[in-house]
Design a protein around this ligand. Structure first.
Ligand code: UD1
Length: 418
């Protein structure tokens, strides 16, 4: 396991370009399985989650080439398998997104129940209910989901919770079903809209993505398509916090300000100055940081994937703030690590009470998951002395060149590969 070592070096300054969104790239890579001709994707971020997804596509029979930096070409014309083993799916939960496309195109799939960040129980029941509603016979045996149906048929599907992954899997499956599917209480995250745009380019008929009712009219077949992935709003948010937590000023480029609204609203409330243009934000620390309260919710609520980074920022605020996590039940594991650095945080059920302005001191801490790791790096940027973030491989699952990008902004940060 790698380790990231950070020593404080004052305010970060400069410009950083945000990479393509992990959470848009992964479903779109899975969707490429639906196409009978080649797909060409741009701004695919260089992440281990992406590598793992490409490896799964290769094992299914896709031919993959990398024509230019950040671009991936996928040929799904000759798929040889509809099965993904636990060896493949253990590494990322999004691997389960190959189920919908395989089932729809080949009438069957056999996918090991997925792994991923340990931030809660993370079942796939809503995905499976969706497949069953589309007419598939679905069973879970020996740790594998098996689904079968020669031709899916459109249906009305109401999601008990607006799950991002379930919405995506059902959208992809319904694109090749007979007739119309209506997903109600669908997720409205920007990554859903990006997937819908890509599916549309493949020839699918998807309406309403970005609202809670998505209508898909199935078509007999889909072709490959060319598409550029939207910017990563969580990576952007992490750099915005990095600017504020070090008392610096950073221009964050390649963003969609609308996607960042839930975060910019909260950071402004905390006293951070943010000036936006069409595709960038200049983020400058104010005189003082004020505490705030946040509650994670599906989009357009505050993103659970920014919860731990905002918590790191709240440890610098003058006063007490409360963070309530409602999306995942086990997303406060990093708190113990921040406390070891000197933070004053108390967990009460689903809430964390953060008392600000306690001095943070560098020490060895462990990244318990991807976003937790990012929060610890942020804390290290403003802690006294050296911080060693262990288990840093989690961070490389979801952040493209994080140490390099921070170093270019003036941070003293290095990686030791273990
Ligand atoms: C996606 C993101 C992840 C983000 C999350 C919430 C990707 C690759 N990952 O994950 O970074 O934190 O959205 O914004 O896009 N649930 C069920 N049954 C299901 C599916 C989900 O109970 O079948 C529950 C989960 O346990 C969780 C909640 O719904 O408590 C949200 O999960 P979901 O929206 O599905 O998140 P993911 O798609 O896994």
């Amino acid at each position: 396991m790698s380790e990231i070592i950070i020593r404080p070096r004052g305010p970060l300054r400069g410009t950083v370009r945000v990479s393509g969104a992990k959470n848009a790239a992964l479903p779109i890579l899975a969707a490429s399985l639906l196409g009978t001709s080649n797909t060409l994707l741009h701004d695919i971020p260089p992440l281990s989650d992406v590598e793992n997804m490409l490896e799964i596509l290769r094992k299914l029979g896709c031919r993959i080439s990398l024509p230019a930096e950040g671009s991936v070409e996928i040929s799904a014309g000759h798929i040889t398998s509809q099965e993904a083993s636990f060896e493949d799916t253990a590494r990322l939960r999004a691997s389960f997104l190959v189920a919908g496309p395989l089932l729809a195109r080949f009438g069957k799939c056999r996918i090991a129940l997925p792994g991923g960040c340990k931030i809660g129980s993370r079942p796939v029941d809503l995905h499976l209910k969706g497949f069953a509603a589309l007419g598939a016979a679905v069973s879970v045996r020996h740790g594998y989901v098996e689904a079968e149906c020669p031709r899916l048929r459109g249906a009305g599907i109401y999601l008990d919770f607006p799950s991002v992954g379930a919405t995506e899997n059902i959208m992809m499956a319904a694109s090749l079903a007979d007739g119309q599917t209506v997903i109600e209480n669908a997720a409205v995250e920007p990554e859903i809209s990006d997937l819908a745009t890509f599916l549309g380019r493949m020839g699918a008929q998807v309406r309403g993505a970005g609202t809670d009712t998505i209508k898909i009219t199935g078509v007999p077949s889909l072709s490959g398509a060319e598409h550029t992935i939207i910017p990563d709003r969580i990576e952007a948010g992490t750099f915005m916090v990095a600017a504020a937590i070090t008392g610096g000023g950073v221009q964050v480029k390649n963003i969609v300000p609308e996607h960042l609204k839930p975060l910019t609203a909260k950071m402004r409330e905390m006293g951070v100055r943010i000036q936006e243009t069409a595709s960038a934000a200049l983020v400058e620390a104010g005189e003082e940081l004020f505490p705030t309260d946040i509650k994670t919710l599906p989009f357009p609520g505050f993103p659970t994937d920014m919860q731990s980074q905002l918590c790191a920022l709240m440890t610098r605020a003058a006063g007490t703030g409360i963070i309530t996590e409602t999306v995942f039940e086990n997303r406060f594991m990093y708190v113990e690590e921040l406390k070891r650095m000197g933070a004053d945080i108390t967990i009460e059920g689903r809430a964390a009470v953060v008392k600000g302005k306690r001095p943070l001191m560098g020490t060895a801490v462990s990244a318990t998951d991807l976003r937790a790791g990012a929060a610890l790096v942020l804390a290290g940027l403003c802690a006294e002395g050296e911080t060693r973030v262990q288990n840093a491989d989690h961070i490389f699952r979801g952040y493209a060149s994080l140490p390099e990008k921070l170093r270019r902004l003036g941070a003293d940060i290095e990686v030791q590969h273990g």
